[in-house]
Design a protein around this ligand. Structure first.
Ligand SMILES: [Fe+2]
Length: 133
């Protein structure tokens, strides 16, 4: 079973953001395990829904911090959040249409969906926030 491991390479050096990211990684793994362990479709769907809802909440959290500390790149960062939510809901629709099947490639897609944003866009924001908070 594939598992995403949170380690220091994913740290954006702002504790409250790292905590959110850890939670998202945990939910992604729970979802992936629930598919591998053939939990009920309702339970799996609830986990995917929770992952997306927590991501929406987490993006609001980051956006509030960017506003408070006047992060100069906020518009581009928010636009990327919107795209990520769009791709997550598209994934969810496909997952439901496919009857709850999930391949290794699907997991890699979700893993990439979560980590690429953290490693590139959030790192930049974290560097800024760590300097002004
Ligand atoms: Fe972000």
């Amino acid at each position: 079973m594939k598992e995403l491991v949170w380690d220091k390479t994913l740290s954006v050096t702002v504790d409250e953001i790292d905590e959110d990211h850890r939670r998202l990684v945990e939910l992604l793994n729970l979802f992936s395990h629930s598919v591998a362990e053939a939990e009920s479709p309702e339970y799996r769907e609830a986990l995917l829904e929770e992952l997306i809802a927590c991501t929406v909440w987490h993006f609001r959290h980051e956006e509030r911090l960017m506003l408070k500390y006047q992060y100069p790149d906020i518009a581009a960062h928010k636009a990327e959040h919107q795209e990520l939510i769009k791709s997550a809901t598209a994934f969810q629709q496909k997952y439901l249409q496919d009857g709850g099947k999930m391949s290794d490639a699907d997991f890699e897609y979700l893993e990439h969906w979560l980590t690429e944003h953290i490693l590139i866009v959030d790192m930049k924001m974290g560097e800024w926030l760590a300097g002004v908070m």
